[in-house]
Every structure is written in structure tokens, then in C-alpha cells.
Design a binder for this molecule. Structure first.
Ligand code: SF4
Ligand code: SF4
Length: 91
């Protein structure tokens, strides 16, 4: 399975109380607190879309949207059909 890609990272500033939890948990050091003690994404290009910041924020101030995969895997039913076809009749 390929790694998730970030579609959007939204920080709801009024909801952020500046606790710094997201900054501490972000494995890619994307987030920092600004001069108003609000979380900001300073290295968004390094985001690995792990969603830890959103999961750990006690105030639900961060939302991480994951981009759909380019070659999205077919749903299970469709996948089964594809496998059956591949093993189909020999001539
Ligand atoms: S965890 Fe949430 S409330 Fe705390 S600094 Fe980050 S965004 Fe703000
Ligand atoms: S999704 Fe992961 S890598 Fe991206 S800002 Fe949040 S904690 Fe950091």
C-alpha cells in the first residue's frame, strides 16, 4: 500500500489554545507555535499525512485531509472479478 498524501491541513486558530501537543507529536517537525501561541504549519512540504496532530489535539483544532490515491485500489467485489478474469479460460 502506498503512503498517504496530504490534501489539506487546516488549523482552526480560534480553537487552538497553544498547548503545543501537535508540535511535540508531529514526527516531521511540520508544526510550530507562532507569536500568538497558535499552531502553524511552517514546513507543510514535509508533512507525511500521518494525522497524529489531528488525533492528539485536545481541542479538535486540526483537520488533516488525505488525498485519494492516484491508482485507487478497486473495491473488493471488483477486485475479485479482476482476479477471476486473470485466471480465466485457457485456449
Ligand atoms: S494540539 Fe491543538 S490546541 Fe494544542 S497547539 Fe496544537 S492545534 Fe493548538
Ligand atoms: S499529519 Fe503528521 S506529519 Fe503532517 S503535520 Fe500532522 S503530525 Fe505532522
Amino acid at each position: 500500500m502506498s503512503k498517504p498524501k496530504l490534501k489539506a491541513l487546516t488549523i482552526n486558530r480560534p480553537w487552538c489554545k497553544g498547548c503545543g501537543i501537535c508540535v511535540a507529536f508531529c514526527p516531521a517537525k511540520v508544526l510550530e507555535l507562532d507569536h500568538e501561541e497558535k499552531a502553524v504549519a511552517v514546513r507543510i512540504e514535509d508533512c507525511i499525512a500521518c494525522s497524529l496532530c489531528a488525533l492528539r489535539c485536545p481541542d479538535l483544532a486540526i483537520e488533516v485531509e488525505i488525498a485519494p490515491e492516484d491508482n485507487e485500489i478497486a473495491p473488493p467485489a471488483q477486485k475479485r472479478i479482476l482476479i477471476q478474469n486473470r485466471g480465466g479460460s485457457r485456449s
